[in-house]
Design a protein around this ligand. Structure first.
Ligand code: HPA
Length: 248
């Protein structure tokens, strides 16, 4: 069974044939909401809205540990995250979809490890390649089958939010090598690795990052919403193909 974490623009999988919802309690507190089990293209998936079903939880207050733990407790192997981002490098234009292959973490103060309970011991996970290579490949294959263009790779800069960045901050992220910027990619990816899940992200470029192109004077939230609404059709087509193989 494939697990899907939906971000902004995907708080509901409107085409999902819902079979049941399940509240999960975790040693790390409450997840963002009940898990939704259902079928995509006849294949069972479990879905969780990262910001809550009413989109009320800001990126820095998401209980990433509870979310990842709750999905892991369902016995899933593959978790695909849908994450909206601002585009920094030129290929990452509004409406583009990408499967990032690297992360730079600029977040702070988030509960970012499971290794805080005495009984879990201490491990230093390998995070050289932060995303699961097999699931990245499966996403790219699914996109090919759906005839949807998915950019293969890119560096995801995870910022603290909830505010958007300054133009100078985006210049700095670009100098650091970032192609896209979002607020929720970390610690989610690291927690998934710690607990042994195969995790990859499909990034949806919602806007030019601050100071770039159409965002040179500012970023209009209503444009972000419109771009995301349009792009979700393509995301859904990729998810349909991905669900068919359970992400394998
Ligand atoms: N910055 C950070 N996160 C985002 C952006 C952005 O420009 N767009 C969508 N998520």
């Amino acid at each position: 069974m494939l697990a899907i974490i939906g971000g902004s623009g995907l708080t509901q999988l409107s085409n999902l044939e819902v079979s049941r919802r399940q509240v999960v309690r975790t040693p790390y507190g409450e997840p963002s909401g009940a898990l939704t089990f259902g079928k995509i293209a006849g294949h069972e998936v479990v879905f969780l809205a990262r910001h809550g079903y009413g989109h009320t939880i800001p990126p820095h207050q998401v209980n990433y540990r509870a979310n990842v733990w709750a999905l892991h407790a369902q016995g899933v192997k593959n978790v695909v995250s849908i994450a909206s981002v601002g585009g920094i490098s030129s290929e990452f234009k509004p409406g583009a979809l990408a499967v990032p292959d690297q992360i730079i973490d600029y977040t702070h103060g988030r509960a970012g490890t499971f290794f805080t309970l005495a009984d879990r011991g201490l491990h230093h996970i390998d995070f050289t390649l932060p995303y699961c290579q097999a699931l990245r490949a499966a996403c790219l294959k699914a996109a090919r089958a759906a005839a949807i263009k998915l950019i293969d790779g890119g560096v995801y800069a995870a910022t603290q939010g909830p505010r958007l960045e300054t133009a100078a901050e985006i210049n700095r992220l670009e100098r650091d090598g970032a192609d896209m910027v979002g607020m929720t990619g970390m610690p989610e990816a690291a927690l998934a690795r710690e607990i042994g899940l195969c995790y990859a992200a499909i990034a949806v470029v919602a806007n030019h990052a601050a100071g770039r192109a159409g965002s040179s004077q500012g970023i209009a939230m209503d444009e972000i919403t419109a771009v995301l609404r349009q792009a979700m059709g393509s995301v859904w087509s990729v998810l349909e193909q991905l669900a068919k193989s359970d992400g394998d």
